[in-house]
Design a protein around this ligand. Structure first.
Ligand code: UDP
Length: 416
C-alpha cells in the first residue's frame, strides 16, 4: 500500500498574528468556496528536503481550512530512487541522461504505485491530486478514468534541462490539467499544453524549525552538540548534494578564517529517503574537513533535527547557501525569518528571496562567497540591516498562508 503520512493539527487562526491581512482575507474566502473538496498530495519522501518540509505544515492547514487533504508517499526500491535522483540531476542540467533500463524501472514502479492508488478505497473520492517532482510523475499515466484534476508541482530548477531526459519526462506530463513552477524561468521548452502557474514555495513561521526560540535556549542547544557559543559561527544547512556545493563552502570558510581566525563552520545535512547520493557526498565532506576541529558536520541521523536547525539559523553570524543550482532553497527564507543574513549562490529561486540590499549577498564563486562572508562578519550593522529587510520580505511573500492562497486559487480555477 502507498504510505499515508501522519501529520499533526494546525490552526489557521494562529497565523493571523503573523501574516499580512491582504493574504489572510482572500485565503479564507477561497477556502470557503472549496470547503469539503478532497485533495491528495503525492510525493517521494516523508522527511528530508523542501517538499516534505512544506507538506508537513501545508496538509494540516488545508484541513483546518475545510479542504480535506491527505499526503501519500510512493514506494520504490533503492535502484528506483537512484534513477529518479539521476533524472533530478539531469533535469537541473547534468549530462547523465537516463538509460533504457532506467526508464523501464521508472515506468514499472509508476505502474505498480498507480495500481496501489487505484485500489486505495480513498482514491475515488479525491477531487484534486498534486504530484510533487519527477519521482511520482508517471503515476498519472497509469490511472485511467480519474475524475480528479491533476497538478504537477515541480520544485526543481528545470530552466536548462538535459533535453533527452526532459523529453522523456514530458510525455508523462501530457495528461495533467496544470503544472506549477517556482519561477517563470524554470518553465522548460515545449511544455505540454495546459495551465501553467508560477507559485514560489514558503515556510511555516510557527513550525518547530521556525518558531521563536530565545537566545539562551538556542545557545544551550548548540553548546550541547559541541558548538562554542562565544566564537563566530557560519553554517550551511542542506541535503548532502553536489548542487549545494558543500566543498565550495569549506573552501570559502578557509579563506575567511585567514581574517577571522576563531571562526567555526557547521555543515548540517539531512539524509532523505529518496536521495542515495547523500552518503557519498557526506564521506567526501568528512574527508575534506578531517584536519580542522572548527569544521563541524551534523546530520539528522545524529540527532540534529528541526530545533537544532532553528538554533543554527538563529545563532550563526551568517548563514551560507552556496548552491550552484537550486529549486528555491527554503533554508534562505528560514534564516532570513530569524533575522540572520545569508550569503548565497546566485542560482535558481534564491534571487527571489535575496535581492539587492535585501537579506544578504548573492555570490558566484568561492572567492566572492568568502569576501561576502568576511564583509558581513566585520560590518555587523550592515549585516543586521540586510537581515531586517530580508525578514520583512519573507513576511510579505514567503509565509505558508501565501502558498496556500496561490494553491487554492489554482484549484478553484481548475474547478470551473
Ligand atoms: N533540512 C533539515 N535538516 C538538515 C538539512 C535540511 O531540516 O540537516 C531542511 C531545511 O531546513 C529545509 C529543507 O530541509 O527546510 C531543505 O529545503 P530546501 O528547499 O532548502 O532544499 P531541497 O532539499 O528541497 O533541495
Amino acid at each position: 500500500m502507498l504510505q499515508t503520512v501522519d501529520v499533526g493539527e494546525l490552526s489557521i487562526g494562529a497565523y493571523l498574528q503573523v501574516v499580512p491581512e491582504e493574504i489572510m482575507a482572500p485565503l479564507l474566502e477561497v477556502a470557503g468556496r472549496l470547503r469539503g473538496a478532497r485533495v491528495l498530495h503525492l510525493s517521494a519522501t516523508p522527511y528530508g528536503g523542501g517538499v516534505s518540509e512544506l507538506l508537513r505544515s501545508a496538509v494540516p492547514l488545508y484541513n483546518d481550512l475545510g479542504v480535506h487533504a491527505t499526503w501519500k508517499i510512493i514506494t520504490g526500491l533503492p535502484p528506483f530512487f537512484a534513477v529518479t535522483k539521476k533524472m533530478h540531476n539531469a533535469l537541473q542540467g547534468a549530462t547523465t541522461p537516463v538509460t533504457a533500463e532506467d526508464r523501464a524501472l521508472y515506468e514499472r514502479t509508476a505502474e505498480r504505485n498507480a495500481a496501489q492508488l487505484r485500489a486505495d478505497p480513498e482514491f475515488a473520492g479525491f477531487d484534486y491530486v498534486f504530484v510533487h517532482d519527477p519521482q511520482p510523475t508517471a503515476v498519472r499515466s497509469y490511472v485511467d478514468g480519474s475524475r480528479a484534476r491533476w497538478v504537477w508541482r515541480c520544485h526543481i530548477d528545470t530552466s536548462q534541462p538535459d533535453l533527452a531526459t526532459w523529453h522523456y519526462l514530458r510525455r508523462f506530463l501530457e495528461p495533467y490539467d496544470a503544472t506549477v513552477f517556482t519561477t517563470a524561468q524554470f518553465v522548460p521548452p515545449d511544455l505540454p499544453p495546459g495551465r501553467v502557474e508560477i507559485i514560489p514555495p514558503a515556510i511555516d513561521p510557527l513550525s518547530p524549525k521556525n518558531m521563536s526560540l530565545d537566545d539562551r535556549t538556542a545557545h544551550a542547544v548548540l553548546n550541547w552538540i559541541g558548538i562554542e557559543p562565544r566564537r563566530p559561527l557560519i553554517t550551511q544547512v542542506s541535503r548532502f548534494d553536489p548542487w549545494k556545493d558543500p566543498l565550495g563552502v569549506i573552501d570559502a570558510y578557509r579563506l575567511v578564517r585567514k581574517e577571522v581566525p576563531d571562526l567555526q563552520l557547521a555543515l548540517v545535512g539531512s539524509m532523505a529517503l529518496d536521495d542515495p547520493e547523500a552518503w557519498e557526498v557526506y564521506r567526501t565532506i568528512a574527508d575534506a574537513a578531517r584536519d580542522d576541529p572548527a569544521v563541524h558536520l551534523f546530520t539528522n541521523l545524529t540527532g540534529v533535527g528541526n530545533v537544532e536547525v532553528n538554533a543554527f539559523q538563529r545563532m550563526s553570524a551568517v548563514m551560507v547557501q552556496k548552491s550552484l543550482r537550486e529549486g528555491f532553497g527554503l533554508v534562505v527564507c528560514e534564516a532570513l525569518w530569524k533575522g540572520t543574513p545569508v550569503v548565497a549562490g546566485r542560482a535558481g529561486g534564491i534571487p527571489l528571496q535575496i535581492a539587492d540590499g535585501v537579506g544578504g549577498v548573492l555570490v558566484d564563486s568561492v572567492a566572492g562567497c568568502a569576501e561576502a562572508i568576511t564583509g558581513l562578519l566585520t560590518d555587523r550593522p550592515r549585516a543586521a540591516a540586510l537581515a531586517a529587510a530580508g525578514h520583512e520580505r519573507v513576511r510579505r511573500h514567503f509565509l505558508l498562508p501565501r502558498l496556500l492562497l496561490d494553491e487554492l486559487t489554482l484549484l478553484d480555477a481548475l474547478a470551473q
